[in-house]
Design a protein around this ligand. Structure first.
Ligand code: URA
Length: 188
């Protein structure tokens, strides 16, 4: 599996399947143990992630680190990736970019086979719920709900959460988001 992971990472590094490669400095494949029990999926790399080639290292990443502490999960024990692997200059993912890039995420999921998949934000939640045949809804109706998924190959639970950046943009959400992460720690 490590070989398949490295091969996939190499493909992402040189990918030119959509126009986002033009503004890419470093692709952001994701990081964490290849056999993590928990997989977090954000939207896509921002400015700092593009510089460093690592997910969630900017302002949203700092908040994610704090929220992980509340949940009792250790960053080094979980796998963190995104729907899109290249810098999203305006932070808005186009449908065709999502359709093109998620083949990489699909392969990561198939290799990791996590027990829990935690989409962060609406775009990741919609993609993952739709992929596994679940109904989609606004995040206010989805956050901390558990969707049990059973496929031919593995079983997992999807638990959507607000994107940390949503709490940065909307301070009114912050206390609820913190409560959600405490709850997540009990669910996992
Ligand atoms: N926001 C995301 O969705 N992903 C990152 O890696 C950083 C910010």
């Amino acid at each position: 599996m490590n070989d398949e992971f490295s091969e996939l990472r190499n493909q992402v590094e040189v990918c030119t399947n959509c126009t986002l490669h033009k503004t890419r400095l470093k692709s952001v494949f994701g990081e964490g143990p290849n056999d993590s029990k928990v997989l977090f999926v954000g939207l896509g790399p921002g400015y700092h992630e593009n510089q460093e080639g690592r997910p969630f290292v900017g302002a949203a990443g700092k908040l994610l680190d704090d929220l992980l502490v509340l949940s009792g999960l250790k960053r080094e024990d979980v796998y963190i990736t995104n729907i899109l692997k290249c810098y999203l200059p305006d932070n808005k993912a186009k449908d065709e970019e999502i359709a093109t890039c998620t083949s990489y995420l699909d392969k990561q999921i198939a290799l990791i086979q996590p027990k829990f998949i935690i989409p962060l934000g609406n775009v990741a939640a919609s993609y993952l719920l739709r992929k596994f045949g679940q109904p989609i809804a606004p995040m206010r109706n989805l956050h901390t709900k558990i969707f049990s998924i059973s496929t031919l190959f593995f079983q997992t639970k999807i638990i959507p959460m607000y994107h940390p950046a949503a709490a940065l943009r909307n301070p009114g959400l912050k206390s609820m988001v913190r409560e959600d992460w405490r709850k997540l720690g009990n669910l996992i």
